[in-house]
Structure formats: structure tokens, C-alpha cells
Design a binder for this molecule. Structure first.
Ligand SMILES: [Zn+2]
Ligand SMILES: [Zn+2]
Length: 275
């Protein structure tokens, strides 16, 4: 197990710096550590978005990269170089991003530990070199991040079942995509099993993993091929079957979702300074 810089605060939760095809970043605070999953924002913007959530970049324990697409990886080299942050990604992701990014190689479906937090890189179907998404475990807490997948495999359902919190993709309405202005090749790519989840696919996924304590944030919503009314209609059925459900936007992401710590007491204090 690697010992990296632990953070002194014990609050657990997750938050989004922004979510969508123009940039993604998800914070996961768990077990006293603070992880950033992906950074698809230029340095100044990433710093500002972190600041909005009360986080200084130097507070981060590590940055994990799901895959090489620019909305997930473009900001990682600058951020991690400037602040000397460790990076974790698959071999395929490191190769695809290029020599500007070095770090710890993770392997699909082989869990690893950082500061006592167990992290599972979950293989997902997506048209990148070696995509993984991440599930974090500490004590009784399980937090999952999953976007950029073309279909929900039994393996994905298995890995994300029992989460306390999840940030999950609901990218497009299939009809809007097919009727929209995108070139046919791009439409086919997005709708394929290696593209992105439609609202219907996301609804079926959530149906499979929903439980009354689950805190859900829906993200990676297409600006062109989706609509907030459609999303709300799709997910209205979960009003009583999950603890809460909110939406992360491209511009604002979403604020912290908090969990009780392992001793069972709820900690209302978020990370850092200006929350
Ligand atoms: Zn993406
Ligand atoms: Zn992608």
C-alpha cells in the first residue's frame, strides 16, 4: 500500500467540478484522502473550480484518469505537474495521453490501495484505448464514479451495486440525438455500445442498483442532445427509491454530497476554506 499525503479532515463525500463533453472533474473525499477523478479543464479553470468547492489543488491526494479523451484528461498534466500530484491511470491511457503524463499504472478490475482507501478500476465499454471508471471503498462507505460507457454490462452493475453515492452518466435522449444536427458517423458513435449512455439506459442502470440510502448525481449530460425536462421525467420514478437525486451541469458541476463517517456521525464541514 502506498502512503501518500493524507488530509487531516475526515468528511466524506463527492462533488463535481463540472460535467459534460467540454470538461469533467469529480472530487471524492473518503477515508481522510481527497481524490480528483479526471480533469478536463485548463489549469486556471481547474484551480477556480476546485476553489469553488473549497479545495486547494495541494489538498489533493492523487488524480485518477479514466481515459484519454480531452474532456477527461486534457487538464491533468498541467495540474499534476504544477502541484506535484501523483497520477493513476491504465497503461493504455498513459500511452494515449503521451509522454507528458507519467504515474502509477492501474489494471482493470484489479483493486489497489492508497492511504487505506481501496480503489477499484472498473473496465467499461467505451471507444478509448483502455477505459476504466472508479469505485472507492473505505470502512463501510462505497462511492462510485461512472461515465463514458456505451452500455451497461452485468460487470458494471455488479461493481456499482451497493454504492452509498454515485456520479453516473445520462448523456442523451436517443430521439434527440438521431433527429439532431450531428453528422451520422458521430450519431452512430455516441449511440453505439462503445459510446455514451442514453437516458433510457441510465434509467435501467439506476433501476438495477437503486436502494433507499443511495445518493445519486446524474452527469455528463449532452448540451445538444438532451433536455432538463426529459431528464427530470426519466428520473422522476426514483423519487422514493433513492435518498436523493440531483444533476451536475457543465458550468457549475454540483456541490458536495456528504456522508456520515465510519463512526456514524455526520460531518457537516466540507474540505478546505471557502465552501
Ligand atoms: Zn467524456
Ligand atoms: Zn470519453
Amino acid at each position: 500500500m502506498r502512503r501518500l499525503k493524507p488530509t487531516p479532515r475526515r468528511a466524506s463525500g463527492f462533488a463535481s467540478l463540472g460535467s459534460g463533453s467540454r470538461g469533467n472533474g469529480t472530487l471524492v473525499a473518503i477515508g481522510g484522502s481527497l481524490f480528483l477523478v479526471d480533469c478536463g479543464f485548463p489549469l486556471k479553470q481547474a484551480e477556480a473550480r476546485l476553489g469553488r468547492l473549497g479545495v486547494r489543488p495541494g489538498d489533493l491526494t492523487a488524480v485518477l484518469v479514466t481515459h484519454e479523451h480531452s474532456d477527461h484528461a486534457s487538464g491533468v498534466p498541467d495540474l499534476t505537474h504544477k502541484y506535484g500530484l501523483p497520477v493513476y491511470a491504465s497503461n493504455g491511457t498513459f500511452k494515449a495521453v503521451g509522454h507528458e503524463l507519467i504515474g502509477h499504472t492501474v489494471h482493470g478490475d484489479q483493486p489497489f490501495d492508497v492511504n487505506g482507501v481501496t480503489i477499484m478500476p472498473v473496465t467499461v465499454p467505451h471507444d478509448a484505448r483502455e477505459s476504466v471508471q472508479f469505485v472507492f471503498y473505505h470502512a463501510n462507505l462505497k462511492i462510485g464514479v461512472v461515465s463514458d460507457l456505451g452500455c451497461v454490462t452485468p460487470h458494471v452493475i455488479d461493481q456499482y451495486s451497493g454504492c452509498d453515492g454515485i456520479l453516473m452518466e445520462s448523456n442523451h435522449d436517443r430521439e434527440m440525438l438521431m433527429r439532431g444536427r450531428y453528422p451520422i458517423r458521430l450519431k452512430r458513435r455516441i449511440a453505439s455500445d462503445l459510446g455514451h449512455l442514453s437516458n433510457d439506459q441510465a434509467r435501467d442502470f439506476l433501476t438495477a442498483i437503486a436502494h433507499p440510502r443511495l445518493e445519486v448525481v446524474v452527469g455528463h449530460v449532452s448540451a445538444q442532445n438532451n433536455h432538463s425536462d426529459l431528464l427530470r421525467r426519466t428520473f422522476a420514478q426514483f423519487d422514493t427509491s433513492v435518498a436523493c437525486l440531483s444533476f451536475a451541469t457543465q458550468q457549475d458541476g454540483c456541490g458536495w454530497t456528504h456522508f456520515a463517517d465510519s463512526s456514524g456521525s455526520s460531518i457537516p464541514v466540507a474540505f478546505g476554506h471557502a465552501v
